[in-house]
Ligand binder design. Structure first.
Ligand SMILES: O=c1ccn([C@H]2C[C@H](O)[C@@H](COP(=O)(O)OP(=O)(O)OP(=O)(O)O)O2)c(=O)[nH]1
Ligand SMILES: [Mg+2]
Length: 151
């Protein structure tokens, strides 16, 4: 599959040297940096909206971007996303922001240009509803949680 080209505006000059990039040939995500001027301390339970210094316009309704926590930051320091997952619409053109949430029990200080989250470009299918009275039968039917066996 050819790599889509996505329009990006650099809202902060530091991004010229540090544009988000895939860290290895097999990376799924690009790390996003905290484009802040001074260290920012997140107290336990605190969430702050942090600019990434860029705006992007995906421009293709068959794609979106998803923002995810970085595993190390989330597991070791409890710093994840305040919205759990960030969903970036293909028509959004505003500044890309990361809601950084300290769900841990110790304060954590985010440094300027620290990598705080990762962004994955994901295919999207926009579906249409087809309103029906009944569904074609399936093996599961309406069986919900735990209905497929004893274990
Ligand atoms: O972590 C995030 C999540 C969203 N956005 C931007 C891009 C997205 O397209 C827009 C709206 O996000 P979403 O639809 O999730 O928020 P909403 O609360 O439904 O707002 P809206 O009414 O603007 O759709 O905000 C970010 O910059 N960072
Ligand atoms: Mg929305």
């Amino acid at each position: 599959m050819s790599q889509p080209r996505i329009a990006v505006r650099l809202l902060d000059d530091r991004l010229r040297e540090q544009l988000p990039a895939y860290a290895s040939p097999g990376s799924a995500g690009m790390d996003l940096r905290a484009c802040i001027d001074a260290p920012l301390t997140l107290q336990p339970g605190q969430a702050e909206l942090i600019p990434t210094g860029l705006a992007m316009h995906i421009g293709d309704c068959g794609l979106c971007a998803m923002l995810l926590p970085r595993s190390g930051l989330g597991h070791k320091h409890g710093v994840v996303l305040g919205n759990l997952v960030g969903l970036i619409d293909s028509d959004y053109q505003g500044p890309l922001m990361v809601s950084c949430w300290n769900r841990g029990s110790a304060a954590y200080t985010v440094q300027p240009m620290e990598r705080i989250a990762q962004m994955v470009i994901v295919p999207v299918v926009q579906a249409q509803w087809e309103v029906v009275e009944h569904f074609d039968a399936t093996e599961r039917g309406a069986g919900g949680f735990g209905s497929t066996g004893a274990h």
